[in-house]
Write a protein that binds this ligand. Structure first.
Ligand code: ADP
Length: 212
């Protein structure tokens, strides 16, 4: 289904453009078809990228480049300021993979909790650094909380705990993002979980300290 729909719209757009001699298109129609085909092709590309990453996680062929990293470098992909504790240690991780997790969590926050920008909070524990990604959206219903990290699982509704409103899950997605985040973090010796929070969703993950 997820592979099919984008392909159908790409093929449809190309056929309409190819058949222009018989059924001319206006400039606006042609642009609309091209824009749609391009965004569907990009979606397909992201989906295939996710599937390839899942298969490299499953087969153990994911090559990790574990090295001590400064937290400020790790979080430099985020478009907002983050408070880093003074004396924060280096973390042992593959920086690109952790940045991919941060981007996935940011994308989810923007999709499911639009409006207010999310926040990243960082805490140091004995042997780990804990990164908590907090958003201010509808949160995740209790009945779904233990399933959201499963591959292909998507919650079909999120209830807003402050207003009691139920929002139907009409946001596009494949249910792969969080399972990939889990695979990437666990491959680096960390853990990822959904934490308790008064408002919105709070995703936390830990990474080992480089020289505890
Ligand atoms: P996708 O976003 O493609 O559906 P994910 O694995 O990233 O897949 O997320 C699984 C499900 O978890 C989503 O379908 C959504 O229901 C829920 N979810 C993830 N992040 C959030 C969030 N920040 N707020 C509310 N619900 C979320």
């Amino acid at each position: 289904h997820d592979l099919r729909i984008p392909l159908v719209s790409i093929v449809g757009a190309l056929q309409a453009i190819e058949g222009e001699d018989e059924a001319p298109l206006s400039a606006v129609q042609r642009r609309g078809l091209l824009d749609n085909a391009l965004s569907e092709a990009e979606r397909l590309n992201r989906l295939l990228g996710n599937l390839l990453q899942i298969s490299s996680l499953d087969s153990g062929s994911l090559r990790l480049k574990l090295e001590p990293n400064d937290i400020s470098d790790v979080i430099s992909v985020l478009p907002f300021d983050v408070q880093i504790p003074v004396d924060a240690p280096f973390v042992l991780c593959d920086i690109l993979l952790v940045q991919q997790v941060l981007i996935n969590l940011l994308d989810n926050a923007r999709k499911y909790a639009p409006g207010e920008e999310p926040r990243l909070e960082i805490e140091t524990a004995a042997e780990h650094v804990i990164f908590c990604f907090q958003d201010f959206g509808p949160g995740i219903p209790a009945s779904d909380q233990d399933k959201i990290f499963e591959r292909f699982y998507r919650s079909d509704q999120s209830s807003d705990r402050t207003t009691g409103m139920v929002r139907l899950g009409n946001v596009a997605g494949t249910g792969l993002g969080l399972s990939i985040c889990q695979g990437l973090i666990e491959a680096q010796g960390g853990r990822i979980w959904l934490a308790e929070s008064q408002r919105g969703s709070r995703f936390c993950f830990s990474l080992p300290i480089a020289n505890p």
